[in-house]
Design a protein around this ligand. Structure first.
Ligand code: MRU
Length: 338
């Protein structure tokens, strides 16, 4: 999608340097910066520290990072680099899916150029999947007033290009429709306020940021036509792990009869996980809850404390929504109704 009118991907191979290029998402929306590195370790740290985040982008970054690891240090690919990348984040299964694909690719002892081509094909397939998801989603959303609520960032920053939850919204907009999006701010890291609202604005999609706690009330007033979210892992029974707060949205949606859709590519489905209670949930640091980043009038970013000192925090990064609470799960392969 576009940044200041220029088409970009969240993560990609940087041909000139022979390295990986990604958008430093922690700086958005205050500063737009792309990072290029020729070191596999930098890519692993970028995933760990959430410079790149969102399930499909994490998977693609790992695929490119492993291509770099093969080029740099082929001898330690299996015993060091595969476990290194697999340990970067626990919940998004796309990471493990990408590592498995790269491990398989390495099985034929390829040239570095073949590993890079393998990572490129992985990322391209994710983008093609998102485009297809968007077609299905645009059909589902093409009813009513099209006030769509989304949570976290399941946009192109999170999914290499197009996004999962946002792909249908972008396709409606490009077809000349006027979708409107309620953007949940998504505490504690504010991926909605910082990233989704920024992306939508870059594409000219009309949106408004709201506190997470406003969502149920907007549904009660009939001001939400549909909810669309992404996923970090979908268990074999259809239970969905996604950003913390998704489960609460599903309860309110069910109560108020608002259709709730999950949009995710095949790489987010985990056949080996029978049900949601077996999905590992990442527990993150206290400071994400106790402090917040923001820019001053000069655009300088500061981290400030918002909570009383001496009290700890509880910070589960994801929750699990039971499949019964969902209207449908949409992937590139089709639409599965509950
Ligand atoms: O912790 P994050 O920012 O990586 O979490 C991202 C989400 O929960 C997204 O909703 C999910 O990855 C879907 S991405 C298309």
């Amino acid at each position: 999608m576009r940044v200041n009118g220029k088409p970009l991907r969240a993560v990609e191979w940087h041909v000139d340097s022979g390295g990986v290029q990604w958008i430093e998402q922690r700086l958005l929306p205050h500063r737009f910066q792309q990072v290029v590195s020729i070191n596999a370790e930098d890519v692993a740290v970028a995933i760990e520290s959430m410079q790149v985040r969102g399930a499909p982008t994490i998977g693609a970054a790992a695929a490119y990072g492993l291509a770099l690891a093969w080029k740099q240090d082929e001898a330690h690919f299996r015993e060091y680099w595969l476990p290194r990348f697999r340990s970067t984040r626990p919940t998004a299964v796309n990471l493990f899916h990408a590592c498995n694909v790269m491990e398989q690719c390495a099985g034929s002892t390829p040239q570095a150029s073949q590993m890079i081509a393998c990572a490129q094909a992985y990322a391209d397939a994710e983008v093609a999947a998102n485009r297809r998801i968007g077609e299905h989603m645009a059909n589902l959303l093409a009813v009513g007033r099209r006030s769509i609520l989304t949570h976290c960032n399941a946009g192109w920053l999170a999914a290499v290009d197009w996004g999962t939850a946002t792909a249908g919204i972008y396709q409606l907009a490009q077809a000349g429709e006027s979708p409107f999006v309620w953007v949940d701010e998504t505490r504690p890291r504010l991926q909605g306020a910082r990233l989704t609202a920024w992306e939508l604005s870059q594409e000219g999609v009309n949106c408004r940021i709201q506190a997470d706690s406003a969502a149920a009330w907007m549904m009660a007033q009939g001001k939400v036509d549909a909810i669309v979210v992404g996923a970090d892992r979908i268990a074999a029974n259809g239970d969905v792990a996604n950003k913390i707060g998704t489960y609460a949205l599903s309860l309110a949606a069910r109560e108020h009869g608002v259709p709730m859709y999950v949009a995710a590519p095949a790489s987010t489905f985990d056949d080996h996980c029978p049900a949601g209670n077996e999905i590992p949930i990442e527990q993150r640091g206290d400071n994400e809850v106790l402090c917040v980043d923001g820019a001053d009038g000069e655009g300088q970013v500061h981290n400030v404390r918002i909570a009383t000192s001496g009290v700890g925090a509880n910070n589960p990064a994801f929750d699990v929504t039971p499949y019964e609470n969902l209207s449908a799960i949409v992937s590139e392969q089709g639409v599965w109704h509950a």
